[in-house]
Design a protein around this ligand. Structure first.
Ligand SMILES: [Zn+2]
Length: 367
């Protein structure tokens, strides 16, 4: 039986909450803390909010579990994960309306000059480098080779990790198989590459496009000329095709909106396509490599965060739309301002990086 008091509380709190939150930024709430703009740092803030809404990563940071796995012998000396964890703790303690990421910014600026200044940077570039650093900072999990015979995909994975893995690798890294096939003799040659995000082209001259169209384009294969066929022992026409040999639990999809301007050197043009992408049930099965289909379990992905870009490369602005696992709804993170967001507004022409997961979007517990 539901108590009267509880019913009353629900009846009062729901409308009050929605009225006020649409007028005022939220003052408090776990994971609902804004990030101050330290001079064009919105690209960083946008990515950090998306990462902080990955419950498995946040739980790992706020429980201090990460401390047992820090590597001190790598290029960043374990400093990046320490600063990211410290910031995630601040974002999730529910005490602040907004905080500044000064220490993290100082540390990333030490290791990469472009993140030091006050110029606007590409959030995709920041994310890719940050992932590499975070993985390297936590790359202390020893992995034993399970069987005598391993597949080419497993061998390439071992070569990439050097038998040392991390939570970051387990969550965000997948593997791509690239096959080149000689059109004359049909000889195939495959190589494997690990990725922390997929970079998809947008179709030319299209105002409206769909994510599956971009995926189809990316995985459709292309004809290449002058491939040195090891069987024909001469240059041949070939078909190069990409397939996924390992799907990560968190799939990050980057939309290539920026292109070097062919006329003006050093300048970028932006593709403003309105991309429709699913909030639920993104199906990745068609893109799994056939040989690996036994080992790769098809998964259905759900969207939980978006890094948005508005304006031009030089004079643009970034925000993040994130689904809170604790409050079961979407929020907009615009630097220091956090506000509620209607689910129908998540898909917009500003979408730049999409964060999908097949892991349960579990509530982050308090500590
Ligand atoms: Zn050949």
């Amino acid at each position: 039986m539901i108590s009267v008091a509880k019913v009353k509380l629900q009846a009062i709190s729901t409308p009050t909450y929605s009225i006020y939150s649409s007028i005022f930024p939220l003052r408090r709430g776990r994971g609902l803390t804004g990030l101050k703009n330290l001079g064009n740092t919105c690209y960083m803030n946008s990515i950090l909010q998306c990462l902080s809404h990955t419950p498995q990563l946040t739980e790992y940071c706020i429980t201090d579990k990460y401390k047992n796995y820090i590597s001190r012998s790598n290029k960043t000396n374990g400093q990046v994960i320490e600063e990211v964890a410290a910031l995630i703790k601040e974002l999730w303690n529910g005490q602040y309306k907004c905080v500044a990421s000064r220490d993290l910014r100082y540390v990333v600026g030490q290791y990469q000059k472009i993140f030091r200044g006050v110029d606007q940077q590409d959030s995709h570039e920041f994310l890719t480098i940050l992932m590499d650093w975070l993985h390297s900072d936590l790359q202390t999990l020893n992995v034993k080779q399970k069987r005598e015979t391993i597949t080419a995909s497993e061998k390439a994975w071992m070569e990439f990790t050097k038998a040392k893995e991390s939570l970051i690798l387990h969550l965000f890294y997948g593997q791509m198989k690239s096959t080149v096939k000689c059109v004359t003799c049909n000889r195939e040659s495959a190589t494997y590459e690990c990725f922390s995000n997929l970079s998809l082209e947008l179709p030319e001259n299209k105002e409206l496009c769909y994510l599956n169209q971009c995926m189809d384009m990316y995985f459709s294969g292309e004809r290449i000329h002058g491939w040195n066929c090891p069987n024909c022992k001469t240059k041949r026409e070939a078909i190069k095709k990409l397939d996924i040999s390992k799907l990560p639990p968190v799939l990050v999809v980057h939309l290539k909106r920026f292109h070097a301007d062919p006329i003006q050197s050093g300048a970028y043009t932006k593709k403003q396509n309105y991309l429709r992408f699913p909030l639920e049930n993104l199906e990745m099965t068609p893109y799994i490599a056939r040989a690996e289909s036994r080992t790769v379990t098809p998964k259905i992905y759900q969207l939980y965060a978006v890094s948005n870009h508005y304006g031009t490369m030089e004079g643009g602005h970034y925000t993040a739309f994130c689904k809170s696992a604790n409050y079961k709804r979407w929020y907009k993170f615009d630097d220091q301002i956090v506000s509620t967001l209607d689910t129908s507004s998540v898909v917009s022409s500003a979408a730049y990086i999409l964060f999908y997961t097949w892991l349960p979007h579990t509530q982050v517990s308090s500590h």
